[in-house]
Design a protein around this ligand. Structure first.
Ligand code: PLP
Length: 306
């Protein structure tokens, strides 16, 4: 059987199993109501455009201004000649917003997650992951395990007793990294951040939260899971997307201590070998990121533990 024929036969099986995805084509901006090819006007309840910013005029205009000022794209990866002033402005705003010292943008949160574990972890380290974490976290951990031979463990979804067992068993590791979604993408429940942070303190672990579904919408001023629990500045590492509440275009970021983002700038492969965020996206997201000047308050120093 030829390569294409085998794929076609597997696709037929997807159809028989009822898991084949048919793409819907939108002919208008993402919004509460859209024009969908073949269906007319449709009410959208399933997108992550939580604040409706995808089509908000000020956000669109910010993207247009950046197109005039910087052109269509960076034409390069960040460290060669792809870092624009608009990237620096956006990263400073994101860091202030999520309460971390520093932030580094990526082409997507998938890339931010994928760039984290394989860069941060080595053979002497372990990452302990919630069972229902997003696919990008799972793939980041798989990649880290393959590349660096770090240890990995999975705890039952939001089961703090199980997490504690995994932490106890990892006492001899140089770095214990707990990785969890902030809001879980499929279930919609919120991670037990106060309990996770207490266990991290008890077992000297570092906490990473993927706040993709929380950034912009959870907490009194939309600063995410940490704000929801009154813990802004207490999460070691936050990854998040720019493709949901914050403008909805694309992109992602990792926030944490300045040493972390500097280290990722040096070593994280999606950062080193993939183009920077288009300036249009950086500018549109900048215009949709609330300015908050509190900055980092209590972020602990990861370097002290490794
Ligand atoms: C929890 C979580 N992390 C990461 C991502 C990936 O975000 P991006 O679209 O920026 O790659 C998603 C997207 O659905 C998500 O739900």
């Amino acid at each position: 059987m030829s390569f294409a024929a085998r794929l076609a036969s597997e696709l037929d099986q997807f159809r028989r199993d009822g898991v084949y995805k048919r793409l819907n084509y939108l002919a208008s901006p993402q919004a509460a109501r859209v024009r969908m090819e073949g269906r007319g006007e449709v009410v959208i309840l399933s997108s992550n455009n939580y604040l409706g910013l995808c089509s908000t005029p000020a956000v669109v205009e910010a993207g247009q201004r950046a197109l005039d000022q910087y052109g269509a794209g960076t034409g390069s990866v960040r460290f060669i000649c792809g870092t624009f002033t608009i990237h620096r402005e956006l990263e400073a705003a994101l860091a202030r917003f999520v309460g971390c010292e520093s932030a580094l943008t990526y082409g997507s949160c998938w890339n931010a997650n994928e760039g984290l574990c394989p860069t941060l972890l080595g053979e002497q380290d372990i990452v302990i992951s919630d069972q229902l974490n997003h696919a990008s976290i799972i793939d980041s951990i798989r990649l880290a395990k393959t590349i660096t031979k770090c240890q990995t463990a999975v705890y039952r979804h939001s089961d703090m007793a199980d997490l504690e067992e995994r932490l106890k068993a990892a006492k001899d590791r140089r770095l214990r990294l707990i990785f969890s979604d902030g809001i879980f993408s499929m279930e919609g429940d919120i991670a037990k951040l106060p309990d996770i942070a207490a266990l991290a303190r008890k077992y000297d672990a570092v906490v990473a939260i993927d706040d993709s579904h929380a950034t912009g919408v959870l907490g009194q001023t939309g600063r995410g899971t940490a704000e929801h629990f009154g813990m802004v500045g207490e999460v070691d590492i936050i990854t998040s997307t720019l493709g949901k509440a914050l403008g909805g275009a694309a992109g992602g970021f990792t926030a944490g201590p300045a040493a972390l983002t500097d280290y990722l700038t040096q070593r994280s492969r999606p950062q080193l070998f993939s183009n920077a965020l288009p300036p249009t996206v950086a500018s549109a997201t900048s215009s949709s990121t609330p300015s908050w000047s509190g900055g980092c308050t209590k972020t602990r120093a990861i370097s002290a533990r490794s």
